[in-house]
Design a protein around this ligand. Sequence first.
Ligand code: DX5
Ligand code: ZN
Length: 221
Amino acid sequence: MGKISASILSADFMKLGKEIALAEAGAADYIHVDVMDGNFVPLISLGSYITDRLSGRVGLPLDVHIMAVEPERHINSFATDDTEYIVVHYEAVRHLHRTLEYIRSLGKKNGVALNPATDPRVLDYVIGDIDQVLVMSVNPGFGGQRFIPSSLRKLSELRSMREEAGAGYIISIDGGVYPHNALEIFEAGADMVVSGSGIFAADDPLAALTSFRSVADRYRP
Ligand code: DX5
Ligand code: ZN
């Protein structure tokens, strides 16, 4: 069964608690938190003051996506009790293997995000050490961008790589994912979809989540 990670980047911050409750009511699997540093990506978004305040008060685990240079410096501060995944960018991290091990040493699952131009084969030598590979299907930094079609090929490549290596990571995808393209994305190889605008900017966010849910539930890898 596919998983859904609801990105609160597109939530209405005047009612963040309600938006999160809605994600929970619509049976999302994770709350996706986009951390942007104004350096790796142009803008500054959410930080650990937010995840600290969410921790213990959200019924869903947190999936933290760090879009920052030197992400190593921020790992401790996002390892809250509710954090399940801490995802760093391949393009931003200096010592990927060490960082992946470090995240696991904190009792959290790790993840590596790949920008649209990054070849998934760069992960060959750490393939057994990864819990989540996050395929960026937009250039990171903004919600509401258009899905980049070549991401579908990357999903299937990551699936073949996983099979060949007998690795255990989940494959997720982030950017431009909506109920209308979710099935194609799951079929191309995703285990989890991240969606911000597809949920929180929809006319009826709960209905959008319900459609995501029905696609994700129909999908059997
Ligand atoms: C983009 C972020 C995404 C963002 C996706 O850099 O990593 O998680 O919330 O937004 P949508 O679903 O609006 O493309
Ligand atoms: Zn994200």
